[in-house]
Design a protein around this ligand. Structure first.
Ligand code: ADP
Ligand code: MG
Length: 642
């Protein structure tokens, strides 16, 4: 089982190279150096390219290849011995060999174990050295080009994660970190502002800062006291924190203030291994967007564009070693749980079959928010931090194994899609209007000409075209439809004119017929033979069309009301109906003629106005069906006898 091999990097000592395959076996110590990236050709190629002759890790990382699959870059930082450790006379168990290999020399004379990373920095290296070695500028450039980039620190509590990212703890409220001790974040901010100023193109910068404390996400930039925020998921954004405050800033000073604000609000406590131990995972994200990029649709959504995220993980801790009790112990358990979930995801991401396997990112808030950085479309840098103390060796080995695994994880950085500028407002409005008009014209055309409804058939490919193409098509089609509509309207107008003339002719004929009836009455004084009072009535085309309510109608010949008996409002109507010309002694028929429908009680349709608006003979009246036409508002007076 033991496949320990003597390496040539141990300077004469027996050295074991712990490759990622060693790590996969959960610290069995198996494997060979040559296995590095073996399962993944891209990772292997990447390793080879990183091994440039001069071995400058900064150069190697900054020139790292960008391909369809990019491994997570890992830089290892060993913190210097603390004053307390030195006082105890401890010796470092970690030795850097070259710029990329770390040797672990277990106390008690066991074989050394070597780990290879993109860069290894010992305790003597300055903050500036670390910043350069990490190649954060390359990540910054990628973020400026629209990529989503993440830098996260990983390691045991007290190993220097927070120090590496933001420098030593502040010496008091508002006291800035000395520039020489500023961490990766402050250095990146300064570099970014310098870069943006030299870009020429206007760039908008926003920031958010949150912490995950006891599995609750809290906004470190919130205006009020931080309150728990939900983590949600959607197709376009992946996992995101709802209602997170995203602040726009325009100067380096403003960004530094945001950082200080977040740092001062972040939970930290003292325990035996760290006087200022972070009790939460903190994520500061810079959103970099160019003016050509679409503004977010949702006001709560961060702007589209590149992202640069700095993650300061809370350190794993052995509760027994840190002496955590009560709340500290709860915090430690929560931290360890989320780190365990992270480790689990890392293990599964290494699985060559991972495309089929499920990665349980949902197991913790931390893994949800790191999902894209670990297995998604981001570009990721891990800074693994370790303590040189022999007392921390088990934790150090665990960190080294995780870090070794992590560098075999590949992501698929997605090239930003060319930003689609939002169409100007007036174009959008015009498009909507044209669409509406198009719809209306089509339906009108469909009503007028059934053949036209087939026009919609060939419009399937429209949705795939761009907005301007669609606009143009709509305009053309609308023009054509308008023309067609004009033609149809003019032929309809012609038909209506013809109909009007015919109606006038009919009208005139009716008038003449009535006059003739009046003139040919048998003798003076006797009542004219009126067709409307005869039972059953003859079909008489000379009769005016009847209103469904009979009470308002007079016989055009004898002026007798046709259905006065049925209308409860007869008394009201009679004086108006008869008018001054109605003979006072005119007899009223005793019962309605059978062809007249009864007037429904309470019906409001008994007014004189109905004369002009609804005067067709309906089927229920037994009258002939006529085309819908407007009738004259008053029936012509019968011609007076000459
Ligand atoms: P972590 O965040 O991993 O728990 P810290 O960053 O808080 O650890 O570091 C623990 C202590 O060690 C702090 O007092 C910090 O100032 C100190 N420290 C860590 N790394 C270094 C370093 N490279 N140089 C000097 N001091 C360091
Ligand atoms: Mg910390």
């Amino acid at each position: 089982m033991a496949a320990w091999e003597a390496g040539d990097e141990g300077g004469g000592r027996k050295v074991c190279i712990a490759s990622p395959s060693v790590v996969k076996g959960e610290g069995t110590g198996e494997g060979k150096e040559g296995d590095s990236g073996g399962a993944n050709p891209c990772a292997k190629q990447n390793m080879e390219e990183r091994g440039s002759p001069d071995g400058d890790p900064a150069r190697n990382l900054e020139q790292g290849p960008e391909g369809p699959e990019t491994p997570i870059q890992v830089v290892l930082r060993v913190r210097p011995m603390s004053a307390a450790e030195l006082r105890r006379g401890e010796q470092s168990v970690l030795h850097c060999s070259g710029t990329r290999t770390l040797q672990v020399s277990p106390p008690g004379g066991g074989p050394d174990v070597a780990f290879r990373f993109g860069a290894v920095l010992d305790g003597a290296r300055t903050q500036e050295d670390v910043f350069r070695a990490c190649g954060v500028r390359r990540l910054g450039d990628l973020a400026l080009r629209g990529f989503s980039c993440t830098v996260f620190t990983f390691g045991q509590t007290g190993s220097g994660k927070t120090y590496t990212l933001t420098g030593p703890p502040s010496q008091g409220e508002g006291v800035p970190v000395p520039p020489s001790l500023a961490g990766i974040m402050q250095r990146t901010f300064a570099w970014l502002f310098d870069r943006v100023q030299h870009l020429g193109a206007p760039v908008t910068l926003h920031a958010s800062y949150l912490e995950i404390y006891n599995e609750q996400v809290r906004d470190l930039l919130s205006l009020g006291a931080p309150r728990p925020l939900p983590v949600r998921w959607n197709k376009t954004r992946g996992f995101y924190v709802e209602q997170l405050r995203v602040v726009e800033f325009g100067s380096l000073g403003a960004l530094m203030e945001l950082l200080q604000m977040g740092l001062s609000r972040r939970r930290s406590s003292a325990h035996t291994m760290n006087q200022a131990s972070s009790r939460s995972h903190a994520l500061l994200t810079l959103y970099i967007s160019h003016q050509t990029q679409m503004p977010p649709v949702d006001p709560g959504e961060p702007p589209a564009g590149g992202k640069l995220c700095f993650v300061d993980l809370a350190g794993s801790e052995k509760v027994a070693a840190t002496g955590s009790r009560g709340e500290l112990m709860l915090e430690a358990n929560s931290i360890n749980r989320s780190l365990l979930a992270l480790g689990h995801c890392i293990s599964l991401l290494l699985d060559p079959q991972r495309k089929q396997s499920h990665i349980p990112f949902r197991d913790s808030k931390l893994t949800k928010l790191l999902a894209d950085s670990l297995g998604g479309r981001g570009v990721t840098l891990m800074v693994a931090c370790v303590s040189p103390s022999a007392q921390c060796l088990p934790e150090t080995l665990s960190t080294l194994r995780y870090a070794s695994r992590a560098q075999r994880i590949t992501t698929r950085p997605q090239a930003p899609k060319s930003p689609v500028a939002k169409p100007p407002q007036h174009l959008e409005t015009e498009l909507l209007q044209l669409q509406e008009e198009n719809h209306r014209l089509r339906s009108q055309l469909g009503q007028m000409d059934p053949k036209a409804s087939g026009l919609t058939g060939a419009r399937v490919a429209w949705a795939q075209r761009n907005l301007y193409g669609m606009l143009q098509e709509f305009m053309l089609e609308n023009e054509r439809l308008r023309k067609e509509k004009r033609q149809l309207q003019s032929s309809r107008d012609l038909a209506q004119d013809e109909q009007r003339i015919l109606a006038q002719q009919v009208h005139e004929l009716e008038r003449r017929l009535l006059s003739a009836c009046y003139l040919h009455q048998p003798g003076p004084g006797s009542a004219p033979p009126c067709p409307c009072v005869m039972v059953p009535p003859p079909r008489c085309h000379a009769l005016p069309p009847l209103c469904p309510c009979p009470c308002c109608h007079l016989c055009p010949l004898c002026r007798a009301p046709l259905a006065h008996w049925a209308c409860p409002r007869r008394e009201l109507h009679l004086p108006q109906v008869f008018g001054s010309k109605a003979p006072a002694d005119m007899p009223l028929p005793a019962r309605p003629p059978p062809w007249v429908p009864p007037c429904s009680p309470g019906s409001a349709k008994c007014s004189r106005e109905r004369w002009g608006c609804s005067s067709e003979l309906g089927p229920e009246t037994g009258g002939p069906q006529r085309p819908n036409r407007q009738l004259p508002s008053t029936w012509p007076e019968p011609a007076t006898p000459q």
